[in-house]
Design a protein around this ligand. Sequence first.
Ligand code: LER
Ligand code: MN
Length: 268
Amino acid sequence: MKIGVCISTFPSKSGPIVFSGNNIGENLKVIRELGYDGVDLFSHKLDSFEVDAISETLKTTGLKVAIFAPIWLTENGSFLSERDHDSRIRAIARYKTQIDVASKLGANMPLGYSRGNRHEDEPDKMYQVRLAESLKEVTEYADGKGVKLFLEPINRYEMNTFNRVDQALEFITKYKLGSMQLLLDMFHMNIEEKSIEKAIGLAGPMAGHIHIPDSNRLAPGEGHLDYKSIFNSLAKIKYNGFLSIEAFPVPSAYECAKNGIQFLKTFL
Ligand code: LER
Ligand code: MN
């Protein structure tokens, strides 16, 4: 398994992103010095020269981008389940431009907020049919670019669809979304799953990426998750991907990242 940490290309006002700010080059160097293998990169809309500069720093540091998350898409109101047909077509087109960036960075992409919420007045099925239609097109495009998409179950207080692993798996199977896998986030799983370990077992080979904050969304080791048991479950499914720390930078980005990796390495 490889260890990653979340970083943004912009100063993040809030949210569980460990490193943020305009000094991405400096942050990447610090992350490498701390012993990380890669990052989950949350980005604003990047110009191509910015993508080139990030690629250069990645080359010199040897870090990988595990996940590329262009959160400006959802901040601009682009959602793949959009009810309005033209808006949905626009969202698909925008998502594809970001798949191009992910491909350039050698990264995969999450499907978190960008799937959009279900409208309260419609049945699940109507929402799912629209989303699946978008995703068929988007995953096909991503496949051609060597980018995988990871559907992330997110807790009920943030999203009203796919809160648990079983729901996400059922959707992927029902609509035959071929290469799509799951992003398992311990924070959301701790809220929604009856058993984190059983949900990891259920995901099995469909687990493509992992967010590994502790129960309180601080660095692993700062809350009450049972990591021994979680690592046993990951070993059982032979998980070999990234464990990325998506946590609040408490007491500071540096200490969160330093303590987090030290703690995780005791289990590897
Ligand atoms: C949201 O809570 C989350 O966990 C992020 O990974 C969403 O992209
Ligand atoms: Mn997450």
